[in-house]
Design a protein around this ligand. Sequence first.
Ligand code: ADE
Length: 282
Amino acid sequence: MRVDIISIFPEYFAPLDVSLMGKARDRGILDIHLHQLRDWTHDVHRTVDDTPYGGGPGMVMKPEVWGEAIDAVIAEALAGGADAAGPSVPGAGEARADLGVPGEAGDEAAHEGLLLPRMIVPTPSGRPFTQEVALEYAKEPWLLFAPARYEGIDSRVMAEYGSRLRVDEVSIGDYVLAGGEAAVLVMVEAVGRLLPGVLGNAASVADDSFAPGAMENLLEGPVYTKPPSWRGHDVPEILLSGHHGKIARWRRDEALRRTAAKRPELLARLDPEGLDKRDRQV
Ligand code: ADE
C-alpha cells in the first residue's frame, strides 16, 4: 500500500519508523511518503492559513496551497514517485496524470489499477473511524492523508477533489485534537496492521475487538500469561484446562459480559441470528 501524507509537521510521523509499522515499511508492505505542505507556498512567510470568511476565531487553511500540494503529490506518484525510495505506485504505467477528468470519481473499476488515491481528511466533524472503515481502507492500494491544523481546510478543497477522487472526512472520536496529524497516526496504524504480512499471526486480526464475524460488536475479554498465580491473583482455571471448546465458550462469555458492562449500546447491535442459548444466559 502506498500512503502519502501532506502536513505542515511531517516530523510528527516519526513513530511510523518504529515497531510494527517500521517493519512493514522495511518489508515494503507500507510505502509511506511524507510531504511538507509549506513547500507549495509562494510567499516568504510560507503562509498556509488565513482568517475565516464570516468572522470568528481561529484561522482556516488556504485552498490554493492544498490544491497545488495535492495535484503535485498525485502527479509525482503517478510519474513513478521521483522522490520515492520504495517501490513506485503499482499500476502507474497505465495511470493517467490528467486529474481533471470528471467521471472517474465513483468509478470503482477506474481505481482498481491504482489510478488515483483515496483521500482522507481527518476532522472531528467527519464520519467515525471504526474497525470496519480500517478494513475498507486496508483494501485500497493508495491512501492520501490531508491533516489540517487551525480550524480546518477551506471546504472548497474537499468539494474540488470530491469530484475527482473519493474523499472521506473522518473523525477518530468525539473530542478535538490540536490537529489532524495524531488522527493520521492512529488510522495508519489501524490500517497498516491489517495488511497481509504485517502481523505475525494473521488469526489475531480475527480475534480483535470489533472484528467482523464472531467478534463483531464485541469487546475482547481479559487475557493472561504465566505465572498461573501472581500476587494472589489466579489465572481462571478453564484457561489451564487445555479444553479448547470450553475455552472458546468462556472467551465468548467474557466478551459478552465485558461488552454489556462497558459498551451496552454495542450489545443492541448484535445480530440475534448469531446468538445461541448460552449467549442469552450471559
Ligand atoms: N482533528 C481534530 N480532532 C480530530 C478528531 N477527533 N478526529 C480526526 N481529526 C481531528
